[in-house]
Design a protein around this ligand. Structure first.
Ligand code: PRX
Length: 685
């Protein structure tokens, strides 16, 4: 804490850097940082670096006091016990254990809906839903949302879903998706949303792991001009899981008639039920299941560097307090804001910052069903103008792709309602940051570049828009209660200006508590690499002003368009193909996607390379994981560079993939050094 620089507010606060003031001029490469204007700062929730530091200091020195004051703003049926937080963060001292507000009895759905309705927000819009097609939309107020959530909750109870039961939700961005999440939360069921871009095999893997009481889906969805038949994918997944001993008694399907007619939907009598045939018949009130703060709220599967996806477990109380607070401060949220986050609820961003964080704050949220470039590249700004969006939160990949499409798609819309912009999912390169700031935000809107993860539940390192001067490409400074540290390869903390592995010292309320059914993997993956710390898997540097700069994953995880993909998952999909003997997957830099997937493939002896086989291998990955994980490049490899002990040298593969052939480094430890030359010869064949 002492080493954090206190940046006084006002222009010229970092003497060696050139500043531009919010709203006054363009952020160019000569300007190192952007200062909040006095006008913005004076209305902000946190108005100066000094105010931030005061709050931050308190949050670290007295976390119990800091967080319990905030938690008291929520409804608790019964207050938590004497200890606000109990944790063991050090594997050397026993099992990792994190508890916040233990003994406190609450319900997050109650806090999202009933509490806000009682506070007078009943007629306020909770969701503006914008359909894929222009002109198709719907609105739900807080009261209407509460009623619909209760109907689904009553239905779920009626079919026997109880506290602690898992429910899998495989839905596109219809309002029914957050409605179902909230309904599960209301009755204490543990939702597991599976992104509707995942394949049937990925879905069945998750069904087998968490054994849900019910799977909730819809018949089909239109994204852009394409129809995706979700129910067919679910049918195959349930067939697979049944063969593996996990059968599903009920599949509730929303009839999305605009994408597919009811009569054209494949149906399993006795198991499948149309949402519209049952849900509206249930009462619009439903008693709340009161839960301990540490009862699980949801499971969300995410990719790791090895093995099958991990079921990240978040609990009720800490997650509630943390998502609400981070939302309020990082976006400088005000009740008059209209907020749009482009993420899908199938990812953590859609959990914490489409559903729980904003709804806990009583915010008005825009949900968009379709693709950002449909019917053209201006659609996002059309939506911003239509709903007068004031906070717009998206991923760098979208910013870069819109940047490539040209400014004219942006400038033909007004966008004057925008006030705060946000970025998430991958590092935002300074040139994309500047375009986002100068063109989308007309140099008027600060950008909150929020660094966090599925595991962290909420923002960890993020600007507070009215407080900090922002540097294009830096996520700036830690959120309240978060103690990031940078360690070297021996796990030794490095002070001041440095680069290394990003870890976190001690817990924060939104932290995940375990991996579903595998606490040992939780400890091994996150707490054993650097004992005493949570290891994020990310590389990071800190500059002389104390700002953090994320540099990407340091493990075998690839980030494609903000989607997290384990190289091991793609490799295992490839080697499942009968003609593939071995595969090694690396990420290479990609202008729009951030990274793309590059696969080295060794074929079974005697099988010739062919374009047809290449396509078939890519198709195998699409089928096993999902289209978003398809490799961009298959590189035929007669052999892979391995050490004498048989370990694949990915460092060399990464250099070959990015054609940095003069940077291959030491290849003398390879079992067969000639393999490298063969790979280079085949690089563009
Ligand atoms: O590498 C970091 C990157 O996304 C990873 C987490 O992915 P996931 O769990 O899918 O959650 C994505 C949405 C929170 C991180 O380990 N990442 C996320 N946000 C940023 C980022 N990298 C740099 N800057 C960010 N703002």
């Amino acid at each position: 804490l002492e080493s954090m620089k206190i940046l006084p507010s006002g222009a010229g606060c970092i003497p060696h850097l050139n500043a531009v003031i919010l709203g006054e001029s363009l952020a160019t490469e000569e300007n190192d940082y952007v200062l909040p204007s006095e006008q913005f700062a004076s209305q902000a929730n946190v108005q100066s670096p000094e105010q931030y530091l005061k709050m931050y200091k308190r949050s670290i020195e007295d976390p119990a006091g800091f967080w319990s004051e905030i938690a008291s703003e929520f409804y608790w049926k019964q207050k938590w016990g004497d200890q606000v937080c109990k944790e063991n963060f050090d594997v050397r001292k026993g099992n990792i254990n994190i508890e916040w507000f233990k003994g406190g009895i609450t319900n997050i759905c109650y806090n999202c809906l009933d509490r806000n309705v009682e506070a007078g927000l009943g007629d306020k819009v909770a969701f503006y839903w914008e359909g894929n097609e222009l002109g198709v939309d719907a609105t739900l107020t807080y009261t209407q949302l509460l009623h619909q959530v209760c109907q689904v909750a009553n239905y779920l109870k009626d079919i026997g879903v109880k506290k602690g039961d898992a429910v899998i939700i495989y839905l596109p961005m219809l309002m029914e998706l957050p409605i179902t999440m909230l309904a599960c939360a209301r009755i204490g069921a543990v939702h597991s949303v599976v992104f509707a871009g995942f394949s049937s095999e990925s879905l069945s893997q998750r069904i087998i792991d968490c054994k849900p009481k019910v799977v909730i889906t819809c018949n089909a969805v239109k994204r852009g001009s394409k129809v995706i038949y979700l129910k067919d994918i679910v049918d195959t997944a349930i067939k697979d899981s049944t063969q593996n001993g996990v059968s599903i008694d009920v599949c509730l399907a929303y009839d999305n008639a605009s994408a597919l007619k009811r009569e054209d939907t494949k149906w399993t009598e006795g198991r499948d039920i149309w949402w519209q045939d049952v849900v509206p018949r249930y009462p619009t009130t439903c008693p709340v299941e009161w839960l301990d703060a540490e009862d699980p709220l949801f499971l969300l599967y995410t990719s790791g560097s090895t093995g099958k996806p991990k079921g990240v477990v978040h609990t009720t109380g800490g997650y509630m307090v943390y998502t609400a607070t981070t939302f309020k401060y990082a976006f400088d949220y005000k009740p008059s804001d209209i907020y749009w986050c482009t993420a899908d609820c199938g990812w953590i961003t859609g959990h914490s910052y489409v559903t729980y964080g904003p709804i806990l704050n009583g915010a008005t949220v825009v949900l968009y069903e379709g693709a950002p470039n449909y019917p053209d590249a201006g659609r996002s700004w059309n939506i911003v103008d239509k709903y007068k969006v004031s906070i717009f939160y998206t991923a760098p990949t979208l910013v870069r792709s819109l940047m490539r499409d040209g400014d004219e798609h942006v400038t033909r819309y007004s966008r004057k309602s925008l006030r705060v912009l946000g970025s998430v999912g991958e590092p935002i390169n300074p040139s994309a940051w500047r375009w986002f700031y100068n063109v989308i935000g007309d140099s008027r809107c600060p950008i909150s570049d929020t660094w966090w993860q599925t595991e962290t539940g909420g923002f960890m390192i993020t600007p507070l828009p009215g407080a900090w001067p922002q540097k294009p490409g830096s996520a700036t400074c830690p959120f309240f209660g978060v103690q990031p540290v940078i360690v070297d390869e021996n796990g030794v903390e490095i002070e001041g200006e440095c680069s290394g592995y990003l870890c976190v010292k001690s817990s924060w309320p939104g932290a995940f508590r375990t991996l579903y059914g595998d606490h040992e993997r939780y400890e091994t993956t996150y707490f054993k690499p650097f004992a005493g710390y949570y290891f994020s898997g990310d590389g990071c540097s800190r500059d002389k002003d104390g700002y953090y700069w994320l540099t990407g994953r340091v493990d075998d995880v690839i980030n494609v368009s903000g989607h997290r993909i384990g190289t091991a998952e793609v490799e295992s999909a490839l080697v499942s193909h009968p003609k593939c003997a071995e595969a090694a997957v690396v990420g290479v830099e990609h202008e729009v996607k951030g990274q793309s997937i590059y696969a080295f493939v060794t074929l079974v002896d005697g099988v010739p390379y062919s374009e047809e086989l290449r396509k078939d291998l890519v198709l195998t990955v699409r089928k096993q994981i999902g289209a978003f994980a398809a490799p961009d490049k298959i590189h035929w490899a007669p052999g892979l560079p391995k050490t004498r002990s048989g370990k694949i040298m990915r460092r060399i593969l990464r250099k070959i993939a990015s054609r940095q052939l003069d940077e291959l480094g030491d290849t003398s430890t390879l079992a067969e050094p000639n393999v490298v030359n063969q790979l280079i010869e085949l690089a563009d064949s």
